[in-house]
Design a protein around this ligand. Structure first.
Ligand code: XBP
Ligand code: MG
Length: 242
């Protein structure tokens, strides 16, 4: 394995356990729109197979008996999703969702070791900004040399587009980068972009098929127990955290 030049992080479920906040925001937006839709945790776990909040609403609505045609849906979906995003950003900006264990230490040790940081997420940019405002502060967004979001790449994970966009912005080959993900969709997207992937699973993704990942950890506090690779890839930053 080549030495590491960059770490490319997924956001939802990886930097922070945000999907519960997303689920609550979806349900609140449905209630405010007088829709009887309420996504349970178990229902949302299945719906998370569809990347992208707008696409997720469409996938759910389409299977209801009274669903209109796709064209008639889209404007209503955009309105619902905008309301959901406002509710979600308010929650995470207020600090309701902390970073996952080991994330801040990993970001800081990567910076200390001179490793470039990037983000490749399916979520909306405004959600990324709100998460940082509610955790490390908006200034920490400056730690990332590329922040690629739903607005960067139309085709969402498991398509590789958002990772390809991050690699292009970094001007780095995939062989010198490592993706950090939480879901099968994310592993498939990163692998399709030629990247090796480290998985930190969570309550929503535990048990998914992470075939193709270099290692599956509970969280980033487990970096020091990494098998090789990616341990040798991450050597400089692991030393920085010792
Ligand atoms: C996870 C997603 C997003 C979020 C909801 O993104 O698939 O759709 O669930 O956010 P990732 P939006 O794991 O790639 O960070 O409603 O803004 O899509
Ligand atoms: Mg994710």
């Amino acid at each position: 394995m080549m030495p590491l030049d960059a770490l490319i992080f997924d956001v939802d479920g990886t930097l922070a356990d945000t999907e519960e906040a997303h689920r609550r925001a979806f349900n609140l937006a449905f209630a405010q729109a007088d829709l009887p839709w309420r996504w349970s945790v178990e229902e949302y776990r299945v719906l998370l197979d569809v990347a992208g909040g707008k696409e997720r609403i469409r996938a759910y609505w389409s299977q209801l008996p009274d669903a209109p045609g796709p064209e008639a849906m889209w404007d209503r979906i955009l309105t619902l999703h905008a309301a959901k995003t406002a509710l979600y950003t308010e929650a995470v900006r207020s600090g309701q969702v902390p970073l996952r264990p080991g994330v801040e230490a990993t970001l800081r040790s990567a910076r200390d070791a001179g490793i470039t940081l990037a983000i490749a997420t399916t979520t909306s940019r405004v959600n990324v900004d709100a998460l940082f405002e509610g955790t490390l502060g908006a200034g920490a967004l400056g730690w990332f040399s590329a922040i690629c979001t739903a607005e960067t790449a139309a085709k969402k994970k498991p398509a590789p587009d958002v990772y390809l966009a991050a690699l292009a912005q970094l001007g780095l080959p995939p062989a010198r980068c490592l993706a950090v993900e939480d879901s099968r969709n994310g592993v498939l997207a990163a692998r399709a972009a030629g990247l090796e992937v480290l998985v930190t699973e969570n309550a929503y993704t535990r048990g998914q098929d992470f075939s193709g990942a270099l290692a599956v950890l509970d969280d980033l506090t487990g970096l020091h127990a990494l098998p090789d690779p990616p341990a040798s890839m991450m050597g400089p930053m692991l030393d920085a955290t010792r």
